[in-house]
Ligand binder design. Structure first.
Ligand SMILES: [Zn+2]
Length: 465
């Protein structure tokens, strides 16, 4: 095997050489979506990042020796609310099935359009209630959980090293958990493993001799599904950095205390935040972009390449300017790359070294750029290496004719004309010719181009759909 694989482990805050428990059975778990609405572009990040990790693990250990589990959360208050709102004439359970089936289908279409391989297993929470109940019974039996007013709560005080992953001071954890101080809790930090269902809500027979039917808390789902499909201890657990606390901390608490193990997973990986045009994405700011919106404007491979240009642990700024540049690069590479056949034997050593270095995809993309240049200069194998490395990242999947035909709407404006008009407008403004400046702005607006000005002039532009 080539160079060792190094991964940054949130548990130890250091880059470590990856050693699987069993190289013939490498096990990866990533927290999946809660299915009630279109996923936003921030959700595309873990999809793409962990897809690259999955591809790398398959490359290193063999396709049949890697198990990638990504769960689907199909029991949740947000799902119930959406179901009641969208299908008021159905029973809640029927409405929930409609919402979760539809959202689940949309999510899979999005993931496929982004070039992500299907995970090995995609367990649904509602199909693992028996495992959740079994875990809860174990936790009660060993004194890590207790029953209070038909709820089952995890007792944080029962686990001396609770908080090892997030390493937060206790008072910060209390604030971060946004705990509701229910009177039946022994401690404010204690979290729900099981709670009674309200009338009409999805409900299952409760554990621990509780007569009232109930439903699971969120955290217990992942402990149950990873246990069922990957065992008591597995190799890698991943997700967005926003899940470190409380979700992953609580998964660890549940699994370790249920099985009396020193860890739940050996390596914990977290991708950074995504913001849009320099601002936090939010529905109230009007900059909320779904994966579906992005795919309406750009080919999936452009979104994918653009995502991989930033290292997964860094925050990423999602901008039209960067997407446009990613489109241009693929447009340049495609006709050349498609002249060659991809082969894993043709992977460029410094490309694969970059990926092995904690998924350093920005360096891997730099290697692609150099290979393109070398191929254009007529360097022997460079073209075959370019397509092979691109393939490894999930690029160059389309036929060349389809690629050239499928131009994104965001690129259909005449960029040379836009650039010329922006220059003329800057000159008009410098001459304090405001009517002319306004006229040019209107002309651009008629082309669908929106300018972004700051005190130094126009800094960027985008095409409004
Ligand atoms: Zn999870």
């Amino acid at each position: 095997m080539s160079e060792p694989l190094r991964l940054y482990n949130t548990l130890t805050r250091s880059k470590e050489v990856f050693k699987p428990i069993d190289p013939n059975h490498v096990r990866l778990y990533v927290c999946g979506p809660t299915v009630y609405d279109y996923a936003h572009i921030g959700n595309a990040r873990p999809l793409i990042v962990f897809d690259v990790l999955f591809r790398l693990l398959r490359h290193r250990y063999g396709d049949d020796h890697v198990v990638y589990v990504r769960n689907i959360t199909d029991v949740d208050d947000k799902i119930n609310a959406r179901a009641a709102e969208e299908y008021p004439d159905l029973t809640l359970n029927e409405a929930i099935r409609k919402v979760t089936d539809k959202t689940d289908r949309q999510f899979h279409e999005d993931a496929a359009a982004l070039g992500c391989l299907p995970p090995t297993v995609e367990p649904r929470a509602t199909e693992h209630i028996a495992e959740m109940r079994a875990l809860i019974e174990r936790l009660i039996a060993s004194g890590h959980a207790y029953v209070a007013e038909d709820n089952v709560l995890f007792s944080v005080a029962s686990m001396p090293d609770y908080g090892r992953l997030s390493k937060r001071p206790f008072d910060e954890m209390i604030a971060g958990a946004r705990v509701d101080v229910a009177p039946y809790k022994r401690d404010a930090m204690d979290f729900v493993l099981w709670k009674p269902s309200k009338s009409g809500e999805p409900a299952w027979p409760s554990p621990a001799g509780i007569a009232a039917p109930g439903r699971p808390g969120w955290h217990i789902e992942c402990s149950a599904m990873s246990w069922r499909h990957l065992g008591e201890i597995f190799d890698i657990h991943g997700g967005g950095v926003d899940l470190v606390f409380p979700h992953h901390e609580n998964e660890i608490a549940q699994s370790r205390c249920a099985f009396h193990t020193p860890v739940m997973a050996n390596y914990w990986m977290h991708n950074g935040f995504l913001q849009v045009e320099g601002e936090k994405m939010s529905k109230s700011l009007g900059n909320f972009v779904t994966i579906r919106d992005a795919l309406a404007d750009w080919p999936g491979e452009v979104i994918r390449l653009n995502m991989l240009k930033t290292h997964y642990r860094q925050p990423i700024d999602w901008t039209i300017t960067a997407l446009r540049e990613s489109q241009r690069e693929l447009d340049r590479w495609y006709p050349l790359a498609k002249q060659y056949a991809a082969s894993s034997a043709m992977l460029q050593p410094d490309f694969i070294d970059a990926i092995n270095d904690d998924l350093n995809t920005p360096d891997a993309v730099t290697a692609l750029r150099r290979l393109y240049k070398e191929a254009m200069d007529g360097v022997g194998l460079a073209g075959a290496r370019l397509v092979s490395c691109g393939h490894f990242l999930g690029l160059f999947q389309q036929e060349i004719a389809a690629w050239l035909h499928n131009k994104p709407t965001a690129l259909t404006v005449d960029e040379i004309r836009v650039t010329r008009l922006i220059k003329s407008r800057a000159e008009a403004r410098a001459a304090k010719n405001w009517p002319e400046s306004d006229r040019i702005r209107d002309e651009l607006a008629a082309m669908g181009v929106a300018l972004k000005d700051n005190k130094d002039g126009t800094t960027s532009w985008e095409v409004k759909r």
